[in-house]
Design a protein around this ligand. Structure first.
Ligand SMILES: Nc1ncnc2c1ncn2[C@@H]1O[C@H](COP(=O)(O)OP(=O)(O)OP(=O)(O)O)[C@@H](O)[C@H]1O
Ligand SMILES: [Mg+2]
Length: 233
């Protein structure tokens, strides 16, 4: 569903991603780990069509490579960007409508989508008319996930969704992602929280200084000296 082949990017003259190859097959839950500054968000933006690779190709589903964001979303891709990026001045319902339209266009299924979201996130349902900027951090995290889900995406790409949440909410968040995956979604989960991510993912990649330094089954990565070195020493 996602395939990166030899992808490199630059910020001006500074190289960032270096020859990154990564694959997420249909129905997989794959995590991408890496310390601060490793290039995780750069990879997210590259997959989302916000940064164009200087070499290599990003292929999403069967579409043409290196598409722009709007086209990618319409393929059925939901994004949860770093720091949520809600429209702070809009209500929760308006944020959700933008998420719906990004995937479905101006279809008539928004009301039905809202009902589904209400079942999944009762707390979001209660706050549809509240301005998003006044929500608590945890509520914003849930709205960002709801916004990505309301168009019923086949593929979900998330950049550190658990960051800043209390431990109890982190567990809740990971439980929801696991359930979405069990219900058939394909997920690329970008995380610094290696322990939690490797508990729900099947496979993982580790990024360090813009390059993939490990790629393996989640169970193997849990034991890996590369992961231990990057995170725990
Ligand atoms: N627009 C930009 N212009 C120049 N350098 C940038 C730009 N965006 C990111 N960088 C640099 O690229 C490197 C990778 O940044 P990136 O945001 O991809 O890291 P990350 O792995 O997501 O880190 P974190 O875990 O802190 O979110 C960093 O050194 C960062 O300073
Ligand atoms: Mg980041």
């Amino acid at each position: 569903m996602i395939e990166l082949n030899g992808v490199s990017t630059r910020y001006g003259s500074v190289p960032m991603l270096r020859d990154v190859s990564l694959r997420v097959g249909a129905g997989e839950l794959v995590c991408l780990l890496g310390p601060n500054g490793a290039g995780k968000t750069t990879l997210f933006k590259t997959v989302a069509g916000l940064i164009r690779p200087t070499a290599g190709a990003v292929q999403i589903m069967d579409a043409a490579p290196n598409l722009r964001t709007e086209r990618i979303a319409r393929l059925g891709v939901g994004f949860v960007p770093e720091n949520r990026r809600l429209f702070a001045g809009l209500t929760v319902a308006q944020n959700l409508r933008l998420g719906y339209e990004a995937v479905c266009g101006s279809g008539s299924g928004f009301a039905g989508g809202l009902q589904e979201i209400g079942r999944l996130f009762p707390r979001v349902q209660e706050r549809l008319d509240q301005v998003a900027g006044t929500l608590s951090g945890g509520e914003q995290a849930m709205v960002a996930l709801a916004r990505a889900l309301i168009g019923r995406p086949k593929l979900l790409i998330m950049d550190e969704p658990s960051l800043g949440l209390a431990p109890k909410l982190i567990s809740e968040y990971f439980r929801i992602v696991k359930r979405l995956h069990a219900d058939g979604a394909t997920v690329l989960l970008i995380e610094q929280n290696a322990e939690m991510a490797l508990r729900i993912a099947q496979r993982g990649y580790v990024l360090s200084r813009g390059a993939v330094v490990a790629a393996d089954a989640a169970a193997a990565l849990r034991q890996s000296s590369v992961v231990r070195h990057l995170y725990f020493s």
